[in-house]
Design a protein around this ligand. Structure first.
Ligand SMILES: CC(C)(COP(=O)(O)OP(=O)(O)OC[C@H]1O[C@@H](n2cnc3c(N)ncnc32)[C@H](O)[C@@H]1OP(=O)(O)O)[C@@H](O)C(=O)NCCC(=O)NCCS
Length: 374
């Protein structure tokens, strides 16, 4: 975590805000802004989170801007002029749900560590506010990511009292200055690879002993087989409906097979790959549980844990552990070079946390979710 005293002295230079150009190819020279945002995210991630794992590639940023059927995205950058052209030193992303949450504007603002405390963040927030209002939004959700646990100084907790974040973080200060309230803390956990194969086998065997013959597992990489696509969408819908959200006022989103196919095309275009393990209830043919691990082909070091869900009617049979253990085994086979996996859990979701802790995931920072009127 970056304490305030660790923030480098600001570089003094004239900056200005602008709309980033949007070329159709990342190889187009006009893609300089997306390359700049990726570099900025990497620099900020290294300073604030300890490494650049969470930074997207320029291609992934462009592909997300090209795919706005389910999430609209508007961007603004702060640039300084350099001899080789404009350099991105700040960025704001306004993300809008398309099929749900008509009042909500989700915001991400980041400023290069060497250019902080010059008012760039404030200017980007002002762009965000004006643009979101013009889009008819009245509520803002702003996540502030942090890199490690155990803040020394003053901490902040949501109304539930579950989870804390350092009150000293610049993003937390900014959110509070804007009058936003901390509504939820998500924990990021990390497991260093490889996980000992016998430990994975033991977890799988223990889970299978409880689940018995009533369930069988299926593992696949892209594309999701046609026979499972509808049920897979139903599992995503169940996750969106059931996930505890603390004090956040966010509606569940809408999932169906068409959306999954669009997401899959986007994943492929970004250079992302995944492996899914699902559990089928043998008697009914219903998919009762699933989990996904996702990675980018250009980022060999790490993998992200995406959705994991067990349908309510099938809980209590160790299916969460079963699908996760099998998926970890498959991931090790497909991607032996990976050094670590990250997972995100709501601090108010003890069952999911317990599974991850048992597997060997350890706390590695998180995200403080602030919300309030725009
Ligand atoms: C938060 C962040 C965007 C602020 O960018 P910035 O250009 O330094 O912001 P500004 O100079 O406009 O400062 C805005 C306000 O933020 C707060 N703030 C930011 N950094 C602070 C610090 N180091 N100490 C105390 N307050 C700070 C202050 O309230 C400040 O207002 P003030 O100068 O009137 O006191 C930047 O620190 C950053 O990129 N952090 C990492 C990403 C993040 O947390 N983003 C926010 C979540 S979306």
């Amino acid at each position: 975590m970056t304490s305030i005293s660790a923030v480098p002295a600001p570089a003094t230079s004239a900056w200005r805000l602008m709309d980033p150009p949007h070329p159709s190819s990342i190889d187009d020279p006009a893609a300089w802004a997306y390359r700049g945002i990726a570099e900025l995210d990497a620099a900020s991630g290294t300073a604030d989170l300890g490494n650049a794992d969470a930074a997207q590639t320029p291609l992934a940023i462009l592909v997300a801007m090209n795919n706005q059927d389910y999430r609209r995205r508007l961007r603004q950058v702060a640039v300084v002029d350099a001899p080789e052209g404009p350099r991105v030193v700040g960025s704001a992303l306004l993300s809008l749900f398309v099929r749900s949450n008509p009042e909500l504007a989700v915001g991400f603002v980041v400023v290069h560590p060497e250019y902080r405390r010059q008012g760039i963040g404030t200017a980007l927030v002002e762009w965000f506010r004006t643009t979101a209002q013009a889009e008819g939004r009245t509520s803002v959700l702003a996540p502030v990511d942090f890199g490690s646990e155990g803040a020394d100084g003053e901490t902040l907790a949501p109304a539930s009292g579950i989870g804390t974040v350092s009150a000293d973080l610049p993003g937390v200060r900014l959110a509070q200055k804007l009058g936003l309230k901390l509504q939820l803390v998500e924990r990021r956990s990390r497991i260093d690879l490889p996980v000992a194969p016998d430990a994975v086998s033991r977890f799988e065997a223990e889970a299978r002993a409880v689940a018995g013959d009533a369930y069988r597992v299926h593992t696949w990489t892209a594309p999701t087989p046609d026979e499972w696509i509808e049920q897979y969408a139903a599992l995503e819908q169940a996750l969106s409906d059931d996930e505890p959200r603390g004090g956040l006022e966010v509606e569940s989103d809408v999932w169906d097979a068409d959306r999954l196919r669009v997401e899959e095309a986007t994943i492929a275009a970004k250079g992302d790959r995944y492996v899914v393990t699902a559990a089928e209830h043998v008697a009914t043919g219903e998919l009762a549980a699933m989990t996904m691990l996702l990675w980018n082909a250009e980022k060999p070091d790490h993998t992200d844990q995406e959705s994991t869900v067990v349908l309510k009617a099938h809980r209590g049979h160790r299916l969460g552990m079963l699908v996760k253990a099998v998926n970890l085994r498959e991931h090790a086979r497909l991607r032996p070079e990976a050094q670590r996996i990250y997972t995100w859990n709501n601090e108010e979701n003890p069952h999911m946390l317990a599974i991850n802790i048992a597997l060997g995931f350890r706390p590695a920072g998180g995200s403080a979710e602030f919300q309030g009127p725009l």
